[in-house]
Design a protein around this ligand. Sequence first.
Ligand code: AMP
Ligand code: GLY
Length: 436
Amino acid sequence: MKVLVIGPGGREHAIVRSLLADPNVSEVHAAPGNAGISKLVPTHPIDANDPDAVAALATKLTVDLVVVGPEAPLAAGVSDAVRAAGIPVFGPSKAAAQLEASKAFAKEVMAEAGVPTAMARVASNAEEAADALDTFGAPYVVKDDGLAAGKGVVVTNNRDEALAHAQTCFDAGGTVVIEEFLDGPEVSVFVLCDGLNTVALSPAQDFKRIFDNDEGPNTGGMGAYTPLEWAPEGLVQEVIDRVAQPTVNQMAHRGTPFVGVLFVGLALTSRGTRVIEFNVRFGDPETQAVLARLKTPLGGLLMAAAKGELDKVQPLRWSKETAVAVVVAAENYPDTPRTGDRIRGLKKVESIEGVHVIHAGTKLDDEGKVVSAGGRVLAVVALGADLVEARERAYDGVELVQLDGGQFRTDIGGKAARGEIKVQTPGAPAASKAKA
Ligand code: AMP
Ligand code: GLY
């Protein structure tokens, strides 16, 4: 099987790496790729967001499957163009990608499908925003109603700050979704969908804020680990039964079947499991950790989803090890990052047992040296017997990465490794009340 992977980031590097380990995959191409991907497979310098360009490349390469990584090409209709060219594609149509591209659309489908999520209101001016903020109270959650790479959401106790974010979105011609605040730990579950059937991958946890202890602004994600030893038993089945399958059914019912990966972002709140958001592609950097543990060959799995054959897939096989991914970001990320800096030490990083490097914002300069080219530059991914060992290996690796101004969080998987994550199940008294 010949596969073309679309996208430039860490998620795509991880996908390419896993595809190359699939015995039934004979050839992999990537477009546009990055410095890490170009060391593994041929890359093609096309505009990944141009549906015609992607369909033409897939046709020219005579690939059997196209895998679309990021949300922007999906929202631009890349999958539709490839499908129209008669090539199977892993990735939803432009219409189905609205589940991520519009938060208001996602809320509408969740309401129709009976999916548990935060109460929300759409606001299109300052007055409506103020009214919605006061209805739900603090902490305030204000979301730009469009693609914002995880950075369009402000969660704050400061009402003025919440209003100011809403105003920025209105000034840019947009609307906002204002929500009730969801407490409790967050979980990312990736569910493969073929339009009808669903298969869930092992849950992961992502770290959204730039600084340790979840401080500072939101980013695309600064690290991840999987599996989640602390997650309630039955969580994955609950996500399938109450979230993914009803959503897939509803999308089919609407005439816009969902094919690809439905990324369910959840909060395990004291009132039960709630969907925070849907994305229509694999999470980055969760994918770097999740695929490191997946033993079932990835190419066959993605092809089954693309062809409507997920019901024929055997139960997935996973490594018993734990995986941790720690992102190294450029100076000034998530604001405009500094780029063009040499990255050194990666060979040494990969000499550590169980450790590999996944490139995200990197490119080769004129001399063929690896330099930074984006906000999140790379991730050090480590497998270990347990979370403690995987973290040790990942951070030993991170210490060896040489990048001027590079920044990383030191607490990826830290709370879980110390057994400090508690899920408060509905009906159970809060810990403090239980003591009284
Ligand atoms: P989103 O882009 O919707 O995933 O939001 C980005 C991040 O903001 C999430 O991962 C959460 O950490 C936080 N967030 C979003 N919605 C809520 C909510 N209703 N309550 C609490 N935190 C939220
Ligand atoms: N890591 C979260 C995301 O990919 O949106």
